[in-house]
Design a protein around this ligand. Structure first.
Ligand code: MV4
Length: 447
């Protein structure tokens, strides 16, 4: 087992990884920018190293500085958290080339899944259902028009290097195709330096459902069920649930069987998430994430598993040590992402936290690096806490989340807690019958 892990991240996820390290008897090294010298992840680590100025590209994305910090502290592994360098294949490769374990998949698998066309090719080969669309990249507008005629409008043009919805354009009719083609390619080139695009049939009312898997280095793969992440605004998730209110246990088992079989065929290792669109009782794979995700706690709560501990064990060469039948699902979990933003305009509102009083009680978990007297810096993501509840069923989880939000006191900055309270109160949310479009309408006052 590792003796010391460097955590190449900040905020709540750095704390989350530290907690697993401490329970496993592993020392942790925090890295931080000059803006984060007073941050909780630095205060609670066994050691810390300043790696640069506030801008992320000079600190949390500064590969030479992070490698130097690992070298001088003698860390034998690096956990990247999410965001920052977590899906940077060359970082994973450089770390391993220095004899340090990267707690995540191989650089080859990160590269493969970073290219959405390569990811879909692999999943097609492995028998995972996809949205009807082009077989690979589209070379010309004429080819795009042919594929669109074959699959039928509306169609979506997507960036091969995409994600987060950038470089994605809908063409409702043949008349809109040329414009969508141009805009998607131009945006892709500008955002990712790559204008490769592909096409899919546009699904007009899907849910976003993702499956959590974990694979060891010896070919064992298990899944930990699904998360419903349909509640997004501008491709930012606001609230996640495990399980999905739309799925039965039998549907989960069937999808789980499909994804574990596929990932065995791929030789994948460590944590991964397969994203699906779900509409008209059909699943269609769209992308795979090769990192621990923000919303992993809802899975941990319903499966009673520490996913970070599993990541660390696997990276250290331990076998998973159990099979799918050992994974039990119990109750329902909901997470809300609390950000330091105006709950009406979503304008970031960094500043001094005068009071921080998190909720507690049965089935309540708060993952946060906040403390009273902390100043939320303006340089990074505005998420300040994840509030997670677990209860025997969805109705009780909703009741628990409403009371936990009411207990939660964050004074000094505006937060999205009041918006979350309104979502939890809404009959459509409570019915569980929502698609990826519902939240945008709700925040616009149209739902
Ligand atoms: C789609 C889609 C409809 N049809 N693909 C958006 C980001 C990217 N990860 C995938 N996305 C979508 N792909 C087809 N064929 C609709 C979306 C989409 C979306 C997906 C998940 C959650 C929220 C979303 C919001 C808008 C569009």
């Amino acid at each position: 087992m590792f003796k010391k892990i460097l955590i190449a991240n900040r905020g709540e996820i750095a704390l989350r990884v530290q907690r697993a390290c401490r329970e496993m008897g592993i020392a942790s090294v925090a890295v931080h920018s000059t803006a984060d010298a007073d941050a909780m992840h630095v205060r609670l680590a066994d050691e810390s190293v300043c790696i640069g100025p506030p801008a992320a590209r000079d600190s949390y994305l500064n590969i030479p500085a992070i490698l130097s910090a690992a070298a001088i502290t003698g860390a034998d592994a690096i956990h990247p958290g999410y965001g920052f360098l977590s899906e940077n294949a060359s970082f994973a490769e450089i770390v391993e080339a220095h004899g340090i374990a990267f707690i995540g998949p191989t650089a080859q698998h990160i590269t493969m899944m970073g290219d959405k066309i390569a990811a879909k090719d692999a999943m097609r080969r492995l028998g995972v259902p996809l949205v009807p669309g082009s077989d690979g990249a589209l070379a010309t507008l004429a080819e795009a028009a042919e594929v669109a005629e074959r699959i039928g409008y509306p169609v979506l043009i997507k960036a091969a290097a995409g994600g987060g919805g950038r470089g994605m354009k809908v063409a409702q009719t043949a008349g809109e195709l040329a414009e969508a083609w141009q805009v998607a390619r131009t945006e892709s080139k500008a955002a990712f330096g790559n204008d490769a695009v592909y096409m899919e049939k546009y699904l007009d009312k899907p849910r976003h459902i993702e499956m959590q898997i974990m694979a060891d280095s010896y070919g064992a793969v298990v899944h930990f069920g699904e998360r419903d992440c349909s509640l997004q605004r501008r491709h930012q998730k606001l609230l996640e649930e495990a399980g999905s209110p739309a799925l039965t246990a039998a549907q989960r088992d069937a999808l789980g069987e499909t994804v574990t079989t596929a990932l065995k065929g791929l030789g994948y290792r460590n944590a991964g998430t397969l994203e699906f669109l779900y509409q008209d009782n059909q699943f269609a794979f769209i992308e795979m994430n090769t990192r621990l995700q923000v919303e992993h706690p809802v899975t941990e709560m319903v499966c009673n598993v520490d996913l970070v501990r599993e990541q660390i064990r696997i990276a250290a060469g331990e076998p998973l040590g159990y099979d799918q039948s050992a994974v039990k699902f119990s109750g329902h979990a909901i997470e809300v992402r609390v950000t330091a933003e105006d709950p009406d305009t979503f304008i970031p509102n960094p500043g001094l936290i005068t009071t921080f009083h998190p909720p507690g009680g049965l089935g309540v978990r708060v993952d946060s690096a906040l403390y009273g007297g902390y100043r939320v810096p303006p340089y990074y993501d505005s998420m300040i806490a994840k509030l997670i509840v677990h209860a025997p069923d969805r109705a009780q989880a909703i009741a628990r989340m409403r009371r936990a939000i009411d207990e939660f006191a964050v004074i000094g900055v505006k937060t999205t807690l009041p918006l979350h309270r309104r979502i939890l109160d809404d009959p459509t949310f409570q019915s569980g019958e929502y698609t990826i479009h519902w939240l945008e309408k709700f925040v616009a006052g149209e739902a």
